[in-house]
Design a protein around this ligand. Structure first.
Ligand code: UD1
Length: 417
């Protein structure tokens, strides 16, 4: 198992370029299955989750090649619409394949994705959305099977603005007969990126970014070429890394508007933020405690809750973080406590009493974003930390240690893969 060894108390300074967004790429890859032919995606990060999605799509019959950050996906040979249990277990995001496979083959079968490290992960909204446009879904014995002789437009109201359910509904509805309206749709930038790509494929979608997405079904889609939007979560992580180490970091290739909730909160904490056209510069001041709730976009993203919490362990006074999106997303708290943080968790709320210093310690990573939090804490802490289970971090950050080294951080990867 690989681990990171981090020597802390080194300021990060310099420029770092942000990659394309993992959470945009995964549904875009899935969307290529809606038609036969070669689609091309640029700006695709080299991440474990992306490789896993490649493996699953290859198993379905796609031919995928990578050159630099460009993926060519040939879906001509795709003939299967069934995803076996072991692959679903490896990557929950394969639930995105449900909409496009149903759209193209009018049937799909996949194992129930089950829960994960951050809590239960139901798919009831995905199922409800597909049923509203004519799918007959059987969710029994650990498998979800959906079939539709015909897909027809319909009104979908999502009880919660689920990102994945909105994306699945958009993909399946794009090849249904008639018009579908998705209400209380998720408004995340990744939804907007999917709309752009599907429209390049010939779909007729408007409204992504608002809470009502209107999809007018078309008979057929064709392959398309697209550049993935920058990863706002990776950008937020580097902004927080600059802040927690008291450094001066320019995060390049970002859409600052996508990070408004984050940069606004950081200003309240006392961090200096300068927004450029496509960069954000962060310079740390002294931090004061703040209260924050994670919310669907444009609220503060749950995926940056753990990294922000790491930073607030060093703020003056008390901070309160309420996690409203996932039930079990405070696993990093116990590990941060090993480094000297003072945090109490009550249900979905963490109360953080700022300390003046963290101290390096051996810690274990339980999920992707908790991993980023541990790296940030270790970069600021006195002494050396050993961070185990780096594979979680590799799911969502490409060569994180190399890019931190580029900013002057003292972090190395060791152990066998
Ligand atoms: C996506 C992101 C993930 C991010 C999350 C919330 C990808 C690959 N992943 O995940 O990084 O943390 O959005 O911003 O894009 N829910 C239901 N029923 C459903 C679906 C979801 O109850 O059918 C609940 C979930 O349990 C969770 C909440 O809705 O509590 C948000 O989930 P959702 O927006 O669907 O997240 P994902 O699309 O899985």
């Amino acid at each position: 198992m690989e681990k990171f060894i981090v020597k802390g108390e080194v300021q990060l300074n310099g420029n770092v370029k942000i990659n394309g967004a993992k959470n945009a790429t995964l549904p875009l890859m899935a969307a290529t299955l809606l038609c036969s032919g070669v689609s091309v995606l640029h700006g695709v990060p080299n991440l474990r989750d992306i490789v896993m999605m490649q493996d699953i799509m290859t198993m379905l019959g796609a031919k995928i090649t990578r050159e630099g950050d460009t993926l060519s996906i040939d879906t001509t040979g795709v003939s299967k619409a069934e995803i076996p249990e072991h692959l679903m277990r490896e990557m929950r995001a394969s639930v995105f394949l449900m909409g496009p496979l149903l759209g193209r083959f009018r049937k799909v079968r996949l194992s129930h994705p089950g829960g994960c490290d951050i809590g239960p992960r139901p798919v009831d909204l995905h199922i409800k959305a597909l049923e509203r446009i004519g799918a007959i879904v059987n969710d029994k014995f650990g498998y979800i099977q959906a079939e539709a002789l015909e897909l027809s437009g319909g009104e979908i109201y999502l009880d919660f603005p689920s990102v994945g359910a909105t994306e699945n509904a958009m993909m399946a509805a794009s090849v249904a007969d008639g018009t579908t309206i998705i209400r209380n749709a998720a408004r995340e930038p990744e939804i907007w990126d999917l709309e752009c790509f599907l429209n390049k494929m010939g779909a007729k979608i408007i409204g992504a970014g608002s809470d009502a997405v209107r999809v007018t079904g078309v008979k057929r889609l064709s392959p398309a070429e697209h550049t993935v939007i920058p990863d706002r979560i990776e950008a937020g992580t580097f902004i927080l890394a600059g802040a927690i180490t008291g450094g001066d970091v320019v995060v390049e290739n970002v859409i600052p508007e996508h990070l408004s909730a984050v940069t606004d909160k950081l200003r309240e904490v006392g961090v200096k933020i300068i927004n450029g056209d496509n960069y954000i510069r962060v310079r740390a001041g002294s931090f004061r405690g703040v209260d924050i709730k994670t919310l669907p976009y444009p609220g503060f993203p749950t995926d940056l809750q753990a990294p922000l919490l790491a930073m607030l362990t060093l703020a003056r006074g008390t901070s309160i973080i309420t996690e409203t999106i996932f039930e079990n997303r405070f696993k990093h708290v116990d590990e941060l406590a090993r480094m000297g943080a003072k945090i109490k968790v009550e249900g979905r709320t963490a109360i953080i009493r700022g300390v003046s210093k963290l101290s390096g310690a051996p810690v274990v990573v339980h999920d992707l974003r908790a991993g980023a939090a541990m790296v940030l804490a270790a970069l600021a802490a006195e002494g050396t930390s050993e961070i185990e289970n780096v594979f979680h971090i590799d799911r969502g950050y490409e060569a994180l240690e190399v890019r931190i080294q580029g900013l002057g951080g003292n972090i190395v990867r060791c152990g066998s893969n």
